[in-house]
Design a protein around this ligand. Structure first.
Ligand code: PLP
Length: 434
């Protein structure tokens, strides 16, 4: 029995199934840059960046140093009651980084889920309006409020929550209104005002709208130009807070520090987590002070904003800025999209290739005419890629989208390698060689 199999068996006995979303039998042992080594010494190119966390690559020396130094200096202080310099410096930095000429404050947590949960509690407290609008296909987390705001099938077994109205995301490849992107005039936006607000929910009851500027777990869907701007204008018309969840696409992934900057909108609050601490558990919400200060003591955790995680985040921001990782994401993203579109040209099961910077989706279909989702094929491709040394996961409401969110440090050669493995994996999955 190899080491990975042994560890898998021990995990099966000891770790709750509730926290298992396993795509392949991988046990990570060491990592550096974009590469991970497993417990048996096999090396993999990680094109998921551990679900979009390792934007700076694994084990970046500056981040390792920052964490070790802070751990030696001030291993902990409970930011909720005893201040530390790092959490203050990081808050000031995050306020500067996020747009908006209004007064801002920052809240700290540990995950995208608890950050969205903060908003679920704070929105009614700040606005006196109990309803929230979110999107079909969205994923905001696993706690009660973040779960409720999501519209992803992963939430299918959940029965709690409420006060959320879900509207269709502008998923042009599968337009819910069967319109054409060139001529639709953004009908999906009109639908919200003319139908949802006219007949289902009064906008006067809606405190906030929460969106992902690129909908990741819903299938890595990039909205058409003009959509987010239109959404922002609609929110302003009705006095609805415009909130953007940047948990997966923030910190350089789309070619800008924040994904929404690609469309020039100004949210009232921004949610951040995953890459912000390069793996140290830290999340934040930055937003209008009146929203952020609405419920004193209503959502706070003992280890949130701790100095070590904040030091990791400050070093992460430095690395992204100084090493121009957002710029690299744009360059490599363009290149990768081009290579994947070449692959698509000879491969009818690839229905759509889309992305912004280094968040890319390859949508697999059984037939390009019917667009029937090829979910089983996607699972086989993901598994075969793992066997061939490339790590990635699937996304989408039907789990038929291969998601590529590699570290932002990747090179052209690594992109070429990933495309080659994908080509081979699709061929092997289709010809039953797996
Ligand atoms: N928001 C978005 C857009 C996400 O993609 C995720 C996780 O995938 C979350 C929130 C939840 O983050 P976490 O898993 O850190 O709780």
């Amino acid at each position: 029995m190899n080491r990975s199999t042994e560890l898998f068996q021990r995990d099966a006995d000891a770790v709750s199934d509730v926290m298992k979303l396993r795509f392949y039998p991988m046990v990570a042992k060491a990592a550096g840059g974009a590469l991970i080594r497993d417990a048996d010494g096999r090396e993999y190119l990680d094109f998921s960046a551990g679900w979009g966390v390792a934007n700076t690559g694994y084990g970046h020396p500056r981040i390792v140093n920052a964490v070790c130094k802070e751990m030696n200096r001030l291993s902990f202080s409970p930011t909720i009651s005893v201040l530390n310099e790092e959490s203050i410096e990081l808050a000031e930095r995050l306020r500067e980084m996020t747009p908006g000429d209004f007064e801002k404050a920052v809240w700290y947590g540990h995950s995208g889920s608890d950050a969205n949960e903060f908003l679920y509690k704070m929105i009614p407290a700040a606005t006196g309006r109990s309803r929230i609008v979110s999107f079909v296909g969205s994923y905001h987390g696993q706690t009660m409020g973040s779960y409720s705001m999501s519209g992803h099938p992963a939430q299918g077994k959940f029965t709690g929550g409420g006060n959320v109205t879900r509207i269709p995301y502008p998923y042009c490849y599968r337009c819910p209104f069967e319109r054409d992107r060139e001529t639709c005039g953004l009908f999906c936006l009109k639908y919200v005002e003319d139908f949802v607000f006219a007949s289902q929910v009064s906008p006067a009851q809606v405190g906030a709208l929460i969106a992902e500027a690129v909908q990741c777990d819903g299938g890595d869907v990039v909205p058409p130009d003009g959509y987010l701007q239109g959404l922002e204008r609609m929110c302003r018309r009705y006095g609805i807070l415009f909130i953007l969840d940047e948990v997966k696409i923030g910190f350089g992934r789309t070619g800008k520090m924040f994904g929404f900057e690609n469309w020039g909108v100004t949210p009232d609050a921004v949610v951040m987590a995953k890459p912000m601490g390069s793996g140290q558990p830290i999340s934040a919400v930055t937003g209008r002070k009146e929203l952020m200060d609405a419920g004193v003591g209503m959502h706070m955790f003992t280890t949130a904003g701790n100095p070590v995680a904040c030091a990791a985040s400050l070093a992460t921001i430095d690395v992204i800025e100084e090493e121009k990782l957002a710029e690299n994401a744009e360059i490599q993203g363009e290149y990768l999209l081009g290579r994947l579109r070449e692959l698509q040209a000879g491969c009818p099961v690839i229905g759509d290739v889309r992305g912004k910077g280094l968040v890319i989706g390859i949508e697999l279909v059984e037939n390009p005419e019917t667009k029937k989702p090829a979910s089983e094929l996607a699972a086989l491709v993901v598994y075969r890629c793992y066997e061939l040394g490339l790590l990635l996961f699937d996304s989408g409401i039907s789990a038929n989208v291969i998601e590529l969110t590699p570290p932002l440090i990747i090179t052209k050669q690594q992109c070429d390698r990933a495309v080659e493995v994908l080509r081979q994996a699709i061929e092997d999955a289709m010809t039953g060689r797996i």
